[in-house]
Design a protein around this ligand. Structure first.
Ligand SMILES: Cc1cc2nc3c(=O)[nH]c(=O)nc-3n(C[C@H](O)[C@H](O)[C@H](O)COP(=O)(O)OP(=O)(O)OC[C@H]3O[C@@H](n4cnc5c(N)ncnc54)[C@H](O)[C@@H]3O)c2cc1C
Length: 608
């Protein structure tokens, strides 16, 4: 009596509904835990036995931008997470069998294998609501029906990866999910009291593997070591196809040096608690530099290495003063600002998932969730006319400069370079970059979402596409849909002054700024920080500089195309220094010029 457990984004042993169930009641003699790398989402040509041969699958590239669906950063994190699961299962007397191919094809091959014929009684998987995964489930079900003669149980389990439990919602009808987050949030207050505990693990042993494991089908083979596994996943996708590699500044260090897998996820949570980072999270979460300004749990959550409820359980133990051996400290003072804010963000994650359930494939359409609203409200005409696709050479150039971090707006460029170099960038800069592409450059926001999907370590379908749609004004942001003002729009220069007032973040990620002096201008004068945020001002600000070293830096900057010819010129100065600058022709607010096909259009933007 064999069970095949198909793992996807549930790469954990603990708080795993299927393993938990198997501990309690198991009618099976053997279990085959299987992870199948899907060739439409992950490039699998690195697994070809003969590297010179052709893969039977088309390359795993995105629909609009032709980017690798899973770029090098996530490829590594995914490999580490799979391997960690493999190790954990081995320690429990089992293993994780890795295969390449379409999941339904792999299942068919196994069901037809001599050793498995008539012995497999169930195939289980955990639910995923993204449309490709839903299609995948349908195809596997068909294979089971065809091969199983009605004797194989097909079960899709609730993955239970959310903070709240499906059964705790007032209704299971996705259409009832409110379109405003605040309305959703209010029905679960106080949040801390509404979160269930994770499953407790009791047994350290799992059922054994079947005695024979069907081999990987040709033309692929699965490497035997983690290093080779990472290389097979990474190598084909290392070149993004967007020009020469982006220069890495010497002092730049990633905010996300973390290794994938359940083991590391738990270590990270313990670190956050023991170091006090979790308690200060509310004050630091808008940070830009360093490892600890935010939790960096997103990539672990995205692959299911840990659940939101497990994170909550750690925080509850800390708040209640429980003596978890790993903590070494106790709080006992109940919920604090930091732990409450982490819960709040995890609820956002739930909300994005529920919106994906509600709106399905609309999430990937240019009208976003709005497509449906405009059917109901004829006055709301949608906004696709605002966005250019890549058909014109001008848009292609602007878009490629955006991806490479060469727009001339420092805050955006630093973030896009950090993303390409490390696979991570903060929530604050993600919001700004999304707004810049969709609202300042007027380029189809889905191209940005596809690029993030390719580059982010923590890519998560609902969070990525939901947040992009939200910022672009076609998601569930009530302020994003104001058609008179073009909706909520981030001013990336104002944001840079607010969140990076010394320009440290911008300097950290833009190699060409490495020699820019770290000195601030005297009050009321424009200076180097202004140049970091809008480099085209260098001519203006340093016309009369007599400092030799400064002169050299200025000359170098003036030679850069993206400095001389920014994609947009945003004229903004912080309010306290506004008077002086008004004299020089720089008003407060966000008066800007956008370059379109050689012209400069003047427009006004709402500063945020
Ligand atoms: C354009 C854009 C694209 C994004 N793409 C992704 C993505 O692909 N994957 C992803 O996990 N998050 C995404 N986010 C949300 C957010 O930026 C990241 O979750 C966060 O930056 C990850 O770092 P962290 O784990 O340190 O977050 P923390 O600030 O420590 O937050 C804790 C957790 O709460 C959740 N969370 C935080 N902010 C959000 C949010 N705005 N929406 C939903 N959940 C949130 C995440 O699971 C996160 O790990 C995106 C945001 C924007 C604006």
């Amino acid at each position: 009596m064999y069970l095949i457990y198909l793992l996807r984004r549930d790469l954990r042993v603990s708080d795993n509904p299927i393993f938990h169930h198997l501990q309690q009641h198991s009618k099976f003699s053997h279990i085959l835990p299987l992870y199948v790398l899907p060739p439409n989402q992950v490039e699998v040509s690195g697994f070809l036995q003969d590297p010179g041969s052709d893969s039977p699958y088309p390359q795993a590239r995105s629909r609009l931008g032709n980017f690798w669906r899973c770029g090098p950063h996530r490829a590594k994190f995914l490999a580490e997470s799979i391997w960690d699961m493999k190790q954990s299962l081995k320690e429990r007397g089992s293993d994780l069998i890795i295969r390449v191919g379409r999941m339904d094809e792999v299942v068919r091959q196994i069901l037809r294998h001599q050793e498995y014929k008539g012995k497999v009684v169930a195939v289980w998987i955990t639910k995923d609501w993204a449309s490709e995964e839903v299609d995948e489930e349908r195809m596997i079900k068909r294979v089971i029906q065809q091969e199983g003669d009605g004797k194989i149980e097909w079960k899709v389990w609730d993955g239970e990866e959310m903070l709240l439990h499906d059964n705790d919602f007032a209704t299971s009808d996705p259409a009832q999910v409110p379109d405003i987050f605040t309305s959703f949030r209010k029905s679960f207050e106080p949040l801390r009291d509404n979160i269930r505990s994770p499953y407790k693990s009791t047994s350290t042993q799992l059922l054994p593997l079947p005695s024979e494991i069907p081999a990987q089908a040709a033309p692929f083979s699965i490497p035997a070591s983690l290093e080779e596994f990472i290389s097979a996943l990474r190598k084909p996708v290392e070149d993004s196809g967007f020009g020469p590699p982006i220069l890495k500044p010497q002092g730049a260090s990633t905010a996300h040096p973390f290794i994938g897998g359940e083991t590391r996820a738990h270590a990270r949570i313990v670190h956050l608690i023991v170091s006090g980072c979790i308690s200060s999270y509310k004050d630091t979460r808008n940070g830009l530099l360093g490892e600890d300004f935010s939790t960096k749990l997103s990539a672990y959550l995205a692959l299911g290495c840990v659940t939101a409820r497990q994170i909550n359980a750690y925080m509850v133990a800390f708040e209640d003063g429980k003596d978890l051996p790993d903590f070494g400290i106790r709080s006992g003072k109940g919920e604090n600002k930091g732990t409450a804010a982490v819960r709040f963000e995890l609820l956002w994650r739930d909300y994005m998932r529920l919106c994906m359930r509600k709106y399905g494939n609309n999430l990937f359409s240019i009208e976003g969730l709005r497509g449906q609203r405009s059917n109901r409200d004829k006055n709301d005409s949608g906004s696709s006319q605002h966005w250019s696709d890549l058909s014109s050479p001008e848009t292609r150039t602007s878009f490629s400069r955006f991806l490479r971090g060469e727009t001339g707006t420092g805050f955006i460029d630093a973030s896009m370079r950090e993303l390409a170099l490390t696979g991570y960038t903060s929530n604050r800069t993600r919001q700004n970059c999304a707004s810049f592409l969709a609202k300042w450059l007027g380029i189809d926001w889905r191209l940005g979402a596809e690029w993030y999907e390719s580059m982010l370590i923590d890519h998560d379908v609902a969070n990525n596409w939901g947040n992009w749609a939200y910022v672009a004004g076609v998601g569930n942001d009530p302020r994003g849909r104001d058609t008179d003002t073009g909706g909520r729009k981030f001013n990336p220069v104002k944001q840079a002054w607010d969140y990076d007032p010394q320009g440290e973040y911008v300097k950290a990620w833009i190699a060409e700024f490495e020699e820019v002096p770290s000195k601030r201008a005297r009050k009321g004068e424009r200076g180097w920080v202004d140049v970091l945020f809008q480099a085209w001002q260098v001519n203006d600000i340093f016309q009369k500089s007599t400092d030799v070293r400064e002169g050299e830096v200025i000359d170098k900057l003036k030679k850069l195309d993206w400095v001389n010819d920014p994609l947009v010129k945003i004229k903004y100065q912080p309010k306290s220094e506004a008077k002086t600058f008004r004299k020089n022709g720089f008003g407060v607010g966000a008066k800007y010029e956008k370059k379109t096909g050689g012209r400069h259009e003047k427009s006004r933007a709402k500063a945020k």
